[in-house]
Design a protein around this ligand. Sequence first.
Ligand SMILES: NC(=O)c1ccc[n+]([C@@H]2O[C@H](COP(=O)([O-])OP(=O)(O)OC[C@H]3O[C@@H](n4cnc5c(N)ncnc54)[C@H](OP(=O)(O)O)[C@@H]3O)[C@@H](O)[C@H]2O)c1
Length: 277
Amino acid sequence: MSAGPLSSRYRTAFITGASTGLGLAFSQMLLKEGVQVWGTARDPGRLPACAGFHPVRLDLADGDRTEAAFREAERAAGGFDLVINNAGFGVFGAYAPTEFEAWEEQFRVMLVNTARLAHLGLRGLLLRKGGALVNISSIAGEFSLPYQPVYNAVKAGLSALSESLMYEVKGTGVIVIDFRPGDYRTDFEGSVRRPDQPGLDPLNAGRMARAWTAFEKMMRSGPPPVHAAQRLRSALWRGRSGTVRSGRFFQAVLAPLLARCGSLALKRRVQETYYGL
Ligand SMILES: NC(=O)c1ccc[n+]([C@@H]2O[C@H](COP(=O)([O-])OP(=O)(O)OC[C@H]3O[C@@H](n4cnc5c(N)ncnc54)[C@H](OP(=O)(O)O)[C@@H]3O)[C@@H](O)[C@H]2O)c1
C-alpha cells in the first residue's frame, strides 16, 4: 500500500509550523517524497533552506495576514494538493486564575484562524477536485490534559470540524484527515506558555506541579517526530478520509479502545492517576 512516491498524488503542499517538531518532520518526509513544500513560521529564518522548500512568514495570531500569506503562497504554487494545519502551542495553567487573554489567543491561533486556513485550503482543493486537508489535532481532544483546558477544547473542536468536513467531501475527490498525535518528543513542551496565576489556591498549586512533572516526563519519553511523519505518509497514501491516531501503543491504540468500554467518570479517574493528581 505504501509503495511509490507521494508526489504521484500530491505535487504541492502547504504546512503551518514547519520550523520545528512534527511540522518539520512532515515537511522533510514530503520533500523526500518529491513534494514541493510551502512551509510557515513566524520567523522564516527558522525554516529549512533546501531545494523544494518555500519559506512563508505566517503568524496565526493575525487572521487577515494569515489569509494574505496563504493566498500569496497558493498563487506561487499554482494551487495546493495538500494543506496541513499543524502549528500550535500549549498554555499551562488553572482556568480561572489565568487572565482570559492567554486563553483567547490560544482559541484565536489554534481554532479560529486554523479553521480559517482549513476553509481557504478546502475551497482550493474542491476547485481542483482532489487532494487532502489534514488537521493536526491531538489525543488530548478525547483525553483532556489537566491544566491545559483550552488546548483540550481547541483540539476537540478541530477534530469535530474535520469529522464534519468528511461528510461534505465525500465523492468530491478530496479527503480530510483528522490526525491525532499522542506525546511526541518535540519542542512543544519547551514552548508551553505558563502565565502568572494570581490567587492560585495551594490545592491546585500542588496538583499543577504534579501534572507538569508527569506531562514533561511523557513528552520527553515520547517517540521521535519521524514516527508521526511515517503514519501521516501511510494515511496520505491510503487516500481515504478518516481519523488517524499516532503515537505510543498505549495512547494511540489501547486507551481509546478501553475508553469506548468504560464510563466518562472512569476515564477521568484514570487520567487523574496518569497525571498524579
Ligand atoms: N508533540 C506532541 O506530543 C503533540 C501531541 C499532540 C498534538 N501535537 C500538535 O502538533 C502540532 C505541532 O506541535 P509540535 O509538537 O511539533 O510543537 P513545536 O515543536 O513547538 O512546533 C510548533 C510549531 O508551531 C508554530 N507556531 C507556534 N505558534 C504559532 C503562531 N502563533 N503562528 C504560526 N505558527 C506558530 C511554531 O513556529 P514558530 O515558533 O517558528 O513560528 C512551530 O513551527 C501542534 O498543533 C500540537 O498541538 C503535538
